[in-house]
Design a binder for this molecule. Sequence first.
Ligand code: HEM
Length: 450
Amino acid sequence: MSATARARRSGELPPGPRMPIGLQTLAMRTRQRPFLERARRRYGSIFSAEVVGLGKTVIVSDPELIKQTFRADPDVLHAGTGSPLRVMLGDHSLLGIDEDEHMRQRKLLLPPFKGQRMQQYESVVAEIAAEEISHWPDGTELASDKPMQRITLRAILRAVFGAEGERLHTLEAMIPRWTALGSRLVLAPWLQRSLGSRSPWSRFLALRGQLDAIFDELIAVAKADPELNQRTDVLALLVQARHEDDTPMSNAEIRDELVTLLAAGHETTAHTLAWAIERIRRHPAVLARLVQEAAEGGKAYREATIREVQRSRPVIAFAGRVVRKPFELGGYQLQPHTRVLLAACLTHYDPALFAHPDRFDPDRFMGVVPDTYSWIPFGGGIRRCIGASFAHMEMDVVLRVLLQRAELMPTSAPDEPWAFRGVVWAPGDGGRVAVRQHVRQPPEGVLAAA
Ligand code: HEM
């Protein structure tokens, strides 16, 4: 009997690589895709892996199994309580809660990030992007990741808090330090203890304390605003929200949601934009089409390009769930505490789903709505990223402004390697960008439409 059939009959986990856990962990952090591809070739689209800090783990890449996982009842599979991000973001974070509490909080946070709200944010993002790009040196290469982070952080701060102000500038300086430190610590549980005031965990907690103090001030200002009920920013909604028993959200709850939106809402988008630059510069024909389309006021090819960047360079490699009640998947009875990782980084490279997956080809998404269970950069089901429309709008606007205001210079440099930054997979050299600065006047109506 094969190992797979034996495991199915005995209620064991599916078979997987037999390397020692230390080597598997190293492979997952340094050569993830080749390691997983090899495992998939050998064991199929559901296999086990062992990774320090994750416990028993099953990796899945088949769209049918992904569908079953996304659609499982929230009391069977959890996404929050077992998430390593909970320690970083707090017990009340949307990313760290489950079941009824999660649904209540999600309902509250969703409206400002729904598709129809996007238009009101577009001009703000265009303005922020134009300002940032105007400072890029003419004809000199630089890493685009930090500039992109400045754009996306400023954009999410504006969406969450509504207006500019001194406190927001302080947050702009503090949040990148806090997320960089948190990303180093999130998958290193052995570092999550205070070993003196200079240890990384103590510094992380101290920074979080400073962030919380600013959030408390902003909450107090919002509560005192006589026009609070006219405001549409996220903070105003949270301050006015009521639990089912009519009590308001506590400051601790609001602070955890604020920090979640700021952290989840800027790094992912910034690194996807850095990848977009990295990909487009290496594909001059794609670049030429994008430039022409932007000059003519179109966006279909740009949107397809963004989807192809997210297919070929998903910054979040997995959507994760933890089994709470026995769950059957692919013929295996998964037991409580088993972690299920839905692998965008594998599914997106399956030649049966995407022909010639190694080819960067935006045309595969022209006039095509990506499939919910095989294109999964934003996860899925009741945990699908609430910022997906916001992120898509942001990436579209930033690229449009870049293509219209400057000349993006192509390159023949080799592809940048994938580099793990703790939570996201980013271009190893920061997504090098080079532009010739010349403000091309877009045709009438294009900026107005923004
Ligand atoms: C390119 C940019 C982004 C990517 C690739 C991304 C990716 C993801 C992924 C993979 C998940 C987990 C989904 C699952 O488990 O099924 C997620 C959840 C989440 N994202 Fe994003 N995200 C992005 C931008 C944003 C933005 C701009 C925001 C801010 C509004 C945001 C806020 C969240 C939140 C709050 C959750 C938790 C949802 C829940 O548990 O109900 N993300 N995101």
